[in-house]
Each structure stands twice: as structure tokens, then as C-alpha cells.
Design a protein around this ligand. Structure first.
Ligand SMILES: [Fe+2]
Ligand SMILES: [Fe+2]
Ligand SMILES: [Fe+2]
Length: 324
């Protein structure tokens, strides 16, 4: 940052720049991981000092970024600011190695953003401390991506490609439904996070909403594996592909969500959950008995649980006069 952080507005602005970045990377790293094979690219992790699956650790790093987003969003809200749900762009290259190169560069760029932020002495000590703490997660991530790339180079896997969607899937109803489910699971994952931030001062409500967000994250994770089994791969919303096969999206997830207080937010979640449930109910009978079907049934069951919970969160809130 060129200008020192002096006022509350300066601090909120820095935090929102960081937040938009964290949203994008939490999403981008997970997409990169879901586009590569499980258990195939192993590396020696420099921090954990053990042999680790690059795909699994990339997902773990994506989850770290989600926690960074939450920390930033909650503090912006507490300071009276409006947390931004816009994201930086998300990119996927055809080669796994190119994705890791980008991920490593991103880590270094954001480490620099955090560590070069100049705070007026004593102005926002807690925020300064939070930013420094986050920055050392980014330092660790960078070291981990470097180790992943070195292992791939040593194995001669520099040219290894991400999964590609089988063109035949474009006409398959099952694949189309699963992509629609993925889109809605991802939207709900982020919407619940948004409400977790919005209602962070009501710790009971916000923790329930956070639990649902995590469930949707898990569904997204498992469904991406199912897509691969169907000869497909997770899509990036609103992405354009260039001649070299690089996909880029400027808006990979919705940036505006309905509901700005407890009642209106709770009210809008139920129809979205019901819509998601109805697509699972259409898809499941088309899938033969076996592991995939069982997995989808688990997700459907948990989404039904969400509807039950959301229904009573709303009803119970309506019973109490003066509840904000
Ligand atoms: Fe981060
Ligand atoms: Fe990071
Ligand atoms: Fe749900």
C-alpha cells in the first residue's frame, strides 16, 4: 500500500481489497484441485514434513483462504463497513503445472500486499496483527506450492493435463443436472458464508449458518469427484476459453445475495434449498445403484435437513417480538 492506513475508511478499504482477493483464491485453488487426479501427484510437504497428495493439500489451502475471507468479512462488518462479495478473476490453464505456477505467484503477490501495508503507529493494532498472521499462512502456501511443482518436475510431469470434459457429456442429461447442482451448491456455500458474516454478532445463528455452508462445500467437493467419474470436470461459471485453452472468468460466483436482515435472509434460503433438492430428486433416479447414487442420496438427505433447520430458524425468529 502506498498510503498509510490512518482512518477507519482506509482500514476498511484495505480489508475489502483483501477480501475480494481471498474469495477468488479460495475458489480458484479448489477448482484447480478438482481438475486434477486424486493421489497421483505426491510431494514432500516442507512444513508437515510428510509425503502429501498435491490435490488434497491444494483443497486444504483453498479452505484456509475461506477462513481468511471469514476473518476479513467479520472485522469489516464489526467496523461498520460493507463486506464485498465481488471477486478477482479466476483462471484455469489446461496444464496442472501452469495452475500451480499461478497459485504460487498469487501467494507471493498477496503476501506482499499484507506485509507492505503501512499502518499509522497504534492506529489499528488488532487489524495489523490479523493481517500479519494471515500473511504467514500465505508464506506457508507459497512454500507448499513450490514443493508441489518441484516434485512434478522431478517426475517429468510438467506437461500433465487437467481433466477435460468429454464432448459427449454436453448432450447427457445427467451431466447437465449435476453441473446445475454444482452451481447451486456453490452459490449456497457462499450465501451461507455471507450470512455468517452478516450475523456474526449473533454467534448462535452465525454458527448454524456456517455449518450449512461447510455441508455445501463438502457436497461440492464430492460432486466434483462424481463429475470426473462421468468423464466430466467442474465448470467455472461465466468463463471464456481462449485459443490456448485458458479459461478465465471475471465473475465466477454471484456477488450479490438477497436478504439484509435476519428475517429476509432466512426467508430467501428455503426456496433455494428446495430448488436444489428438486434437482437432486430428478437426477438420482437416472443413476444406477452404487457408490455414486449413495453419495448423491447423502447430499439430498442433508439438504432436506437444511430445509428443516431453516424452516424453524425462521419460525422461531417470527415468534419473538423485537428480534433483529
Ligand atoms: Fe489468504
Ligand atoms: Fe494463501
Ligand atoms: Fe442445503
Amino acid at each position: 500500500m502506498s498510503k498509510p492506513i490512518q482512518t477507519k475508511e482506509d482500514a476498511i478499504q484495505l480489508l475489502n481489497v483483501a477480501l475480494e482477493h481471498e474469495w477468488a483464491v479460495s475458489f480458484e485453488y479448489t477448482i484447480h484441485a478438482y481438475s486434477m487426479p486424486k493421489g497421483k501427484f505426491l510431494y514432500q510437504d516442507p512444513i508437515m514434513q510428510k509425503t502429501t497428495d498435491a490435490r488434497a493439500q491444494t483443497i486444504q489451502i483453498g479452505v484456509d483462504e475461506m477462513y481468511h475471507s471469514l476473518q476479513l468479512g467479520i472485522i469489516i462488518k464489526q467496523m461498520g463497513g460493507e463486506p464485498s462479495f465481488k471477486t478477482d478473476k479466476v483462471i484455469r490453464y489446461p496444464k496442472i503445472m501452469d495452475n500451480f505456477k499461478r497459485d504460487k505467484e498469487t501467494e507471493d503477490m498477496v503476501t506482499n500486499l499484507y506485509q507492505s501495508a503501512e499502518f499509522e503507529e497504534g492506529a489499528f493494532p488488532k487489524i495489523q496483527n490479523m493481517i500479519l498472521n494471515i500473511s504467514y499462512d500465505e508464506v506457508r502456501h507459497s512454500d507448499q506450492f513450490v514443493a508441489m511443482m518441484e516434485a512434478m518436475k522431478a517426475e517429468g510431469a510438467e506437461e500433465a493435463l487437467c481433466f477435460q470434459a468429454d464432448p459427449a457429456n454436453a448432450n447427457k442429461e445427467e451431466a447437465g443436472l449435476l453441473h446445475e447442482i454444482m452451481r447451486l451448491e456453490n452459490e449456497l456455500l457462499h450465501r451461507y458464508l455471507y450470512y455468517t458474516i452478516l450475523f456474526s454478532e449473533h454467534q448462535d445463528l452465525s454458527q448454524r449458518l456456517f455449518k450449512n455452508s461447510i455441508d455445501h462445500m463438502k457436497h461440492w467437493d464430492k460432486n466434483s469427484g462424481i463429475l470426473v467419474k462421468l468423464g466430466d470436470v467442474v465448470k467455472i461459471e461465466n468463463a471464456e476459453k481462449d485459443a490456448a485453452g485458458m479459461e478465465k472468468s471475471m465473475n465466477p460466483m454471484p456477488s450479490v445475495y438477497p436478504g439484509d436482515d435476519r428475517m429476509s435472509a432466512l426467508d430467501t434460503l428455503i426456496p433455494s434449498e428446495e430448488k436444489l433438492i428438486s434437482i437432486y430428486e430428478t437426477l438420482i433416479p437416472m443413476i444406477p445403484d452404487g457408490e455414486i447414487k449413495e453419495q448423491l442420496e447423502k447430499h439430498l438427505g442433508l439438504n432436506r435437513e437444511h430445509v428443516f433447520t431453516q424452516h424453524w430458524l425462521l419460525k422461531n425468529a417470527q415468534k419473538i417480538t423485537g428480534l433483529k
